[in-house]
Design a protein around this ligand. Structure first.
Ligand code: PLP
Length: 430
């Protein structure tokens, strides 16, 4: 793919070195620009709503380190909390007081969570929640939705075959077919497909796991009543409902998507925002389920650095600041401003803009986009041209059509105004 944008010379040199010693040059494949062509730039500084690359170029950032940076980059409160905490040690290997404070904070903000355990990433949280659901119910099968991403957990790197009832096909090499066969995948926003799965496999289903607002295939919303119906089906069949709120948790509202849609899941997985930019995940839910975890119960789960004081200090500082400034209301205000200018711009064009709170996606298709199949209608070549034109104009969107964009409280109305002014130019080239 041709790209008008070229990384600077220092980035370019680092990239060549990275390619020879890191597979694909990256420690997470989403950073590799494979969806848009060209080469990534290297960043060593970030502040507020901007990131600065090693060649000194500054970009307005809508990636927010893929979700965690809800107060913008390097917020004073987080930097101070990490610095102060580090003076007393970086890890203790025995309970520390911040673990209690974090657990109480999560349970207060997310009422469906009565007990919670910390992990080091969202992937770990999901992996543990799935094991717990299986251990608690004594069932093996799990149900997930096409286009929902739950980290690189073996059982969940599976998408549907040709039909909703098709048994899982591994989406990644290295996943045993016998394990993938225990994952059933259905299209999102298709209640009949899920009902059919429950009719066929109800007594085998340990849990249904979903992103209540799917944001890993762009961004689309659950239709009215859909989440309630899933809740009801799970209850009727004795299957656990697991909300993966690694992305939406503490972002859409203090209590995540479950607060907005008024649903009580049995288990919730969390990450990103609660880590304040450090590696953190968590899973929690009903106490009777959580008590099946070791050392109380038979489901084993552990972590050398789980509940790490630096990570928890960062996360707690971020959450406290969000509560102090009522960041969620402010983000809705900023999101609405962005949506208004976007809607005016794309009027009459084959584009679809979707937003909830501080998360957004611009699809290069007429829409509507309500599931993965619709999202795949997007013209990804047009997206790539838009992406590169944005970079040239000092605006960094995620390098894939299938990622959500993020606003932070550090994106001022003036910055959004500046971006809105640049957009007609960026959209011209589609
Ligand atoms: C990012 C994400 C994960 C994985 O979290 P990691 O910290 O990258 O392991 C899981 N679920 C959802 C919904 C996510 O967005």
């Amino acid at each position: 793919m041709s790209s008008p944008y070229h990384a600077g010379p220092i980035s370019e040199a680092l990239w060549q070195r990275a390619l020879s010693r890191i597979p694909g040059g990256v420690n997470s494949p989403v950073r590799a620009f494979r969806g848009v062509g060209g080469e990534p730039f290297f960043v060593n500084k970030a502040k507020g709503c901007t990131i600065t690359d090693v060649d000194g170029r500054e970009y307005i950032d809508f990636v927010g380190t893929w979700g965690p940076a809800i107060l913008g980059h390097a917020p004073q409160v987080v930097i101070e909390a990490v610095t102060e905490t580090a003076k007393h040690g970086t890890s203790f290997g025995i309970p520390n007081p911040l673990e209690v404070e974090m657990a109480e904070t999560i349970c207060r903000l997310v009422p469906s969570v009565q007990k919670v355990r910390m992990t080091n990433s969202g992937t770990e949280a999901v992996m543990s929640a799935i094991r717990l659901a299986r251990g608690f119910t004594g069932r093996d099968r799990i149900v997930k939705f096409e286009g929902c991403y739950h980290g690189h957990v073996d059982s969940l790197l599976v998408k549907a075959g040709s039909g909703a009832l098709t048994l899982g096909q591994p989406d990644s090499a290295g996943i045993p077919a016998s394990l993938a066969a225990l994952t059933t995948t259905v299209p999102f926003n298709d209640l009949e497909a899920l009902k059919a799965v429950f009719r066929d496999q109800g007594p085998e289903i340990a849990c249904v796991i979903l992103e209540p607002v799917p944001a890993n295939a762009g961004l689309y919303l659950p239709e009215p009543g859909y989440l309630n119906a899933i809740r009801q089906l799970c209850t009727e069949h004795g299957s656990l409902l697991v909300f993966d709120e690694v992305m939406t948790g503490f972002r859409l509202a203090p209590g995540g998507a479950q607060e907005i849609f008024g649903i009580t899941p049995d288990l919730t997985t969390m990450g990103k925002v609660i880590g304040g930019g450090l590696p953190v995940g968590a899973f929690g839910g009903r106490a009777d389920i959580m008590d099946h975890l070791a050392p109380l119960g038979p489901v084993y789960q552990a972590g050398t650095l789980s509940g790490n004081p630096l990570a928890l200090a960062a996360g707690l500082a971020q959450l406290k600041e969000m509560e102090r400034i009522n960041g969620w209301a402010h983000l809705e205000f900023l999101g609405a401003q962005m949506e208004e200018s976007m809607r005016a711009l794309i009027k009459g064009k084959p584009l679809t803009f979707q937003r909830i709170g501080s998360m957004f996606c611009l699809y290069f298709t007429e829409g509507p986009v309500r599931n993965l199949a619709d999202a795949k209608q997007s013209d990804t070549a047009a997206f790539a041209r838009y992406f590169h034109a944005a970079l040239e104009n000092g605006i960094y969107f995620a390098p894939s059509q299938y990622e959500a964009g993020f606003l932070s409280t550090a994106h001022s109305p003036e910055v959004l105004e500046r971006v809105a002014k640049a957009l007609p130019r960026l959209l011209q080239i589609i």
